[in-house]
Write a protein that binds this ligand. Sequence first.
Ligand SMILES: Cc1ncc(COP(=O)(O)O)c(C=O)c1O
Length: 434
Amino acid sequence: MSDRKDLVLDGVREFHREASPAQEFIPGTTEIWPSGAVLDENDRVALVEAALEMRIAAGTSSRKFESAFARRLKRRKAHLTNSGSSANLLAVSALTSHTLEDRRLKPGDEVITVAAGFPTTVNPILQNGLVPVFVDVDLTTCNATADRVAAAIGPKTRAIIIAHALGNPFPVTEIAQLAEQHDLFLIEDNCDAVGSLYDGKLTGTFGDLTTVSFYPAHHLTMGEGGCVLTGNLALARIVESLRDWGRDCWCEPGENDRCLKRFKYQMGTLPAGYDHKYIFSHVGYNLKATDIQAALGLTQLAKLDSFIEARRRNWQRLREGLDGVPGLLLPEPTPRSEPSWFGFVITVDPEAPFRRAELVDFLEERKIGTRRLFAGNLTRHPAYTHQPHRIVGELTNSDLITEHTFWIGVYPALTDEMLDYVTASIKEFVATHG
Ligand SMILES: Cc1ncc(COP(=O)(O)O)c(C=O)c1O
């Protein structure tokens, strides 16, 4: 049986080599994607192996991934989810758990976040009946600043959820200090910043909870997938319950009596001894991922360090190549940080003799992919205009980002040749649009 499996997997490796020949880069013809999955033969083998073993639900690979990822990101617990958005939903929802007693967030409580970003950093606030409080960002780092967050803290503020923008850390030491001083929960949306450092410490290790996405654009991929990590075992237990239908029991699938008291509980008004497997202590979801996803996560995780290194190298090459180009505001790492970059963000100076749309069109015509800084100013989208929210200060930079900012890729599959073509194209555009 296992000989037959080895034979199949050897065939998969051969197939991979045939299906993925080295591609010649043809400037203007070859697509230069802003992001994408970087998959090798080990990834393909892992996927097929999980399928061969028909591990179709969450199982051994999921648990293995969770403990390896928690170790790598220096958190005690990791819970795999079906997306980064689900991870954010679980992280915010966890703060509303009745088991937190007086510290639980209640409808109408406020959560500070930034206006310029990704919608599902903010949506769980509204989905839990809480009120987002939007602050502006700094233009060169695209991040929240501690003074803006401090100015937004009011009597109803109970938590902060902010993403490390495009891999660039927000000043998380300072914001974690504010959270501690004001007894606020802090969630770091680390979906775009796995491996980033601030004050020499990994992002995601400062807050109460942190989230990661494994969609193909991100540092690691499972196709779809995400993760909630925490150092707090009580919060981890709540996250697990909410992820797994709201159940109180923490047995793995297929396990029956981990707590050795399966028929000895009495909870709610249930009869004594009601099966703990079917006692529900939260109004939960099912946001689990599968072993097929986790199997891919494990082979991806083995490459994380090289992925981070390549992203840093590519960002640096673009930064040096574009330095001094007139009309462009270029990104800077947040002081005291070492970002694990997601993308290379460019803002067209509003005073420049050309517009973002012209530059983006020029690049796209040359097959150089561009993306917006996600939603730009979220408060301007139809989804949010009628939702309860508070805005603190002017959202000047969020508006500038909406109108003048875009980003290009730094992901590991981009070669020096491609990056140099990107730089040369931008320089050529600027030189001919003076
Ligand atoms: C900052 C941020 N948070 C959350 C998400 C959501 O992740 P997912 O697409 O896995 O739901 C993304 C997605 O790109 C993101 O960039």
